[in-house]
Design a binder for this molecule. Structure first.
Ligand SMILES: C[S@@+](CC[C@H](N)C(=O)[O-])C[C@H]1O[C@@H](n2cnc3c(N)ncnc32)[C@H](O)[C@@H]1O
Length: 231
């Protein structure tokens, strides 16, 4: 594990207990953001989707997927064991269809093949060359006809838009009543962020071999994008 991943792991291990409490304030578009990610999984509701969640944390996105697809089998990978410990509690009622892997997904084998690979608010911690390498490995780990959906934090298209997005995010989180400690914690963790623009993500997905690459949702610094592996 490289130094930055060790730092990311330590930061999220520290925040694991309080993590879920502040999500709706720290992701002001929470409902639309996660809904867009799940709706991008264009499969029948009864499909027994083999699904991998990269940087699953406490299992928020995987939980929405498990609800939308009650027969899905889920693999949750995260570098922070304390975050996965919270996820184990969340999934206790359906533990027989969930697998937990404590690892750095930038280095560990993704295994598979999967019908769907999803991720929320995690891949932006990687450097751009690591994102591109990961996209190629995700493409290879999908079944033909499988989909990759990344609901992530993105950079503004220009420095001015980046400043505006960040200022709007802070204002909206405060308007939603975020605790100043939670906001300060989130701002502190941003030193590990390496967000890229939506345009760069879409280009890299195409270069990795994905088809029908698109951005399904964008609200300031939050976006949902992805693509399909050809059948
Ligand atoms: C902001 S949390 C998001 C958690 C969850 N996906 C959600 O939507 O709430 C980011 C998670 O990604 C994990 N993470 C970041 N880089 C990682 C890596 N290279 N390998 C595995 N997990 C990673 C962190 O440990 C953390 O749990």
């Amino acid at each position: 594990m490289c130094a930055i991943e060790a730092n990311v792991r330590a930061a999220f291990d520290l925040t694991a207990t309080a993590y879920d409490r502040a999500r709706r304030q720290l992701v002001p578009c929470f409902d639309a953001f996660y809904r867009a990610a799940v709706e991008a999984l264009d499969f029948p509701a009864g499909a027994p989707l083999a699904t991998l969640d990269l940087g699953a944390g406490t299992g928020l996105l995987a939980g929405f997927v498990a609800t939308a697809f009650p027969s899905a089998r889920l693999t949750l990978i995260d570098v922070a064991p304390e975050m996965l410990a919270r996820a184990r509690e969340r999934f206790a009622p359906i533990i027989d269809r969930v697998r937990f892997v404590t690892a750095d997904y930038a280095a560990a084998p993704l295994e598979g093949p999967y019908d769907a690979i999803v991720s929320a608010l995690s891949i932006h911690h990687l450097e751009d060359d690591e994102k591109r390498a990961l996209f190629r490995r995700i493409h290879a780990a999908l079944k033909p006809g499988g989909v990759f959906v990344d609901a992530d934090q993105v950079a503004g298209a220009t420095p001015a838009l980046e400043r505006r997005n960040k200022a709007q995010w802070i204002a909206r989180a405060r308007a939603l009543g975020v605790l100043e400690d939670d906001l300060a914690g989130a701002i502190g963790r941003m030193k590990f962020d390496r967000p890229a623009t939506v345009a760069a993500h879409l280009r890299w997905l195409g270069e990795a071999g994905f088809e029908s690459v698109d951005c399904a949702f964008k609200d300031g610094m939050f976006a949902v994008f992805g693509g399909w592996r050809g059948a």
